[in-house]
Ligand binder design. Sequence first.
Ligand SMILES: CC(C)(COP(=O)(O)OP(=O)(O)OC[C@H]1O[C@@H](n2cnc3c(N)ncnc32)[C@H](O)[C@@H]1OP(=O)(O)O)[C@@H](O)C(=O)NCCC(=O)NCCS
Length: 175
Amino acid sequence: MTALEPTSIIVPLPITLRAATQHDLPKLEWYGQYAHFRHLFRRAFREQQLGRRSILVADCNQFPIGCLFVQFARADDGPIKRAYLYSFRVMEMFRGQGIGTRLLSYAETIIGQRSHTWALISVAKDNPAARRLYERLGYRVYAEDEGRWHYVDHRGNLRYVHEPCWMLQKPILMG
Ligand SMILES: CC(C)(COP(=O)(O)OP(=O)(O)OC[C@H]1O[C@@H](n2cnc3c(N)ncnc32)[C@H](O)[C@@H]1OP(=O)(O)O)[C@@H](O)C(=O)NCCC(=O)NCCS
């Protein structure tokens, strides 16, 4: 019996950056990996419909293989409008190919079009690779935070998070 030789094939995989739709909501859970954030995804989607947030996705074959959430400033936040970026992730097998960088730049364009002058993002202190990526893209640390927050998971349990983080900011040109 002859050994089966591995064979490589190359497939074109176009990626589209766009705002999430209702159909993306279950898929954003990535087959259970992020099921615990179900209520947060739904709330963010409702806020997107009201124009207060955007859920940006990197779509490959109608599946969100990457995402980045944007929370826009509220009317009572004062004259300087800051948008907060969070829940930034790309599926492991798609990392290191520029998708995250392009998602960030897509978000910054939208933030500029919405007349915000700053983009903020927080990064866990134990995630130096992500911090390096942000600094390379022009973000600078301006504060640190205890990163304490809580949420209700998909089973109705209250979950507490404690993730000390750096806060970074970047000035955005208005579009
Ligand atoms: C951070 C992340 C969204 C970047 O997406 P990406 O598509 O891999 O980004 P790009 O290909 O545009 O850039 C790759 C850079 O991201 C950095 N990076 C950060 N975390 C990484 C990770 N877990 N795996 C691979 N690269 C990572 C790499 O070091 C690389 O920088 P380098 O070129 O200096 O080595 C993605 O790596 C990810 O999902 N990481 C896990 C979740 C996470 O840490 N999110 C950030 C929370 S603040």
